[in-house]
Design a protein. Structure first.
Length: 557
């Protein structure tokens, strides 16, 4: 049976190891998802498993692949291929298509009554090929090609016309989906996938989830799609081991194997991680209280060593008696203090990290009235007429397919200006405003003048951005940290109305959870547009499902 096994794996890009002594196993039927903050090494670990990278020490192997089928990486890199889509798919499935021809050759050779030794060898290969063809369902391969392409939203690439299209005509999203299709069509024994839901719509994600839940081999993947993880994962592998390690240290256990294994769904993982963090915080506080008690006891012992009032008032003959007794008492107590401190140090845990997202949006005083009013606000070809009233303090989620005008409506609300001259209807917004756009920050955005862009946002990042990045050029930060900069500046603006377009873009899972909890608690008016299925499933405020606008008169295509 195939299994993905990492043993004491260590890898670094610099002097500090990114992954250190990581050991894990994913077996048949398990769908394991790597989780952890941005930059913790999820993609690197997957590349080590696929062989794209070589570990500094330890090993990453996939065992039990005697048929040579393994979806550790796409069969062919669509970005380096030229030619038609049909030729790409044929090349991606060439190994499977070769199985029947080889099977016929072996069957013919067996029928010719070879020698006993050859007959044994050929019979073994015959059985192996038959099992491989059955497992790969080579007889239904053509039908699976059509089904897989359609399921991943590439139905336009089926049939003669679709197969004849040149690879160069595909969009980046189509190329990503085609590469995923090639991986699945290879009938793999094991799968390693990095952000497989990128470029997929809801229907394609549902198809992929159904494929994976029906897949019998081991699956190791990384994804920021929380709804997908909740639907697919059977085990979460957490690379952020700090709270788990703290609890293990307190119990006298050794170092964790670089990862914490949490069986169950993503929802189950959230409960376990919250409990581990709470336990870590409580344990650290209790240990610090214990340490303070030992130190206080030590200081009291030192007072005893000085003999107190009796030694001070004693006559000459008595002074030695009181001094000796005070010294012995001090030595005994000090020895006990040292033993207690030594035992505590052996199981002392580190202070919990303080740079998780703490989005402290200033509270907004309750008042009546409307924060947003729209009356048949429309943009020909981009935004169908919208009429709505949003009261002060209400939270509204805009949902709908791409192209239905969610971002257009948000930009109109944020700027207070009609998007184009042909705009009809009205839209007004009342209250101090902060905006987090779908894109990453640019010089000149609110709060990002030339000086701030170059030197960093400083203490405005408190609670949102790690202090190490407070004085770094914003453009040099990672995408996730640039998004944190935008959130920090939104908090600093002390808004009454906050507009966020796709709030879950660029952020790791921990930050997403913290952001959504902070937004849910906020008393101001919130206007959000999102495709994130986890966010939409758990949204507690108002919703507006937007429909695509009709093409503008005279529009092309």
């Amino acid at each position: 049976m195939p299994a993905i096994t990492l043993t004491d794996l260590t890898f670094s890009y610099s002097a500090e190891p990114l992954l250190e002594d990581v050991s894990l196993t994913v077996v048949d039927g398990e769908r394991a998802c790597l989780v952890g903050p941005n930059g913790c090494g999820k993609t690197t670990l997957l590349r080590l498993v696929t062989g794209t990278l070589v570990p500094d020490s330890g090993s990453a192997v996939v065992t039990g692949l005697d048929d040579g089928r393994c979806g550790l990486r796409p069969a062919l890199d669509v970005l380096t291929m030229t030619g038609s889509i049909g030729s790409y798919l044929d090349a991606a499935t060439a190994a499977l298509r070769a199985l029947p021809a080889r099977f016929d050759e072996v069957a013919t050779a067996l029928a010719r009554s070879p020698s006993a030794a050859d007959q044994t060898r050929l019979a073994r290969e015959y059985d192996h090929l038959l099992a491989a063809m059955s497992a790969a369902d080579v007889w239904g391969l053509d039908a699976r090609v059509e089904q897989t392409l359609t399921g991943l939203g590439l139905g336009a690439l089926t049939g003669p016309d679709g197969r004849g299209r040149d690879l160069a005509t595909l969009s980046p999203g189509q190329r990503g989906r085609l590469e995923l299709a090639a991986t699945l069509l290879a009938s793999p024994s094991a799968l390693v996938l990095d952000e497989p839901t990128n470029h997929l719509d809801d229907e394609a994600i549902a198809y992929l989830a159904a494929f994976l839940t029906g897949f019998s081999g081991p699956v190791l993947l990384a994804s920021h799609d929380r709804a997908f993880l909740d639907d697919v994962a059977t085990v979460l592998l957490d690379l952020d081991t700090a709270p788990w390690q703290a609890l293990a240290t307190a119990e006298g256990a050794g170092a964790l194997p670089g990862v914490q294994r949490c069986a169950g769904t993503y929802t189950d993982y959230l409960v376990l991680k919250a409990a581990a963090r709470a336990g870590h915080a409580a344990l650290h506080a209790a240990q610090q209280g214990e340490k303070k008690g030992i130190r206080d006891h030590r200081r009291a012992s030192e007072d005893i060593a000085r003999g107190g009032v009796r030694l001070k008032e004693a006559a000459r003959k008595e002074r030695k008696f009181f001094a000796d007794r005070a010294s012995k008492t001090f030595m005994r107590r000090a020895h006990n203090d040292d033993r207690q401190m030594e035992a505590l140090t052996a199981r002392e845990v580190r202070r919990p990290r303080e740079y998780r997202l703490h989005l402290d949006l200033p509270p907004v005083a309750a008042r009546g009235g409307l924060a947003l009013t729209a009356r048949r606000a429309a943009v020909p070809g981009r935004l169908a007429p919208v009429t709505l009233d949003l009261r002060v303090g209400e939270h509204l989620l805009l949902t709908g397919p791409n192209g239905c005008g969610k971002s257009t409506l948000l930009r109109w609300a944020a700027t207070g200006r009609a998007p184009v001259a042909r705009t009809t209807g009205t839209l007004t917004l009342d209250g101090a405003l902060a905006v987090v756009p779908q894109r990453l920050p640019r010089p000149g955005d609110p709060g990002l003048d030339e000086r701030t862009w170059a030197s960093g946002i400083g203490e405005l990042g408190a609670g949102v951005l790690h202090p190490a990045y407070w004085h770094r050029c914003v453009g040099e930060l990672s995408a996730g940290n640039q998004r944190r900069v935008q959130l920090a500046l939104a908090v600093a603006a002390a808004p009454e109305v906050l507009v966020i377009d796709e709030p879950t873009n660029y952020l790791d899972l921990d930050t997403l959870e913290a952001l959504e909890q902070a937004l849910a608690r906020w008393t101001g008016t919130l206007l959000v547009a999102s495709h994130d299925r986890w966010l939409t499933r758990h949204w507690a405020g108002q919703r507006l499902e937007m429909l695509p606008a009709r093409p503008a008169v005279g529009a092309v295509g």
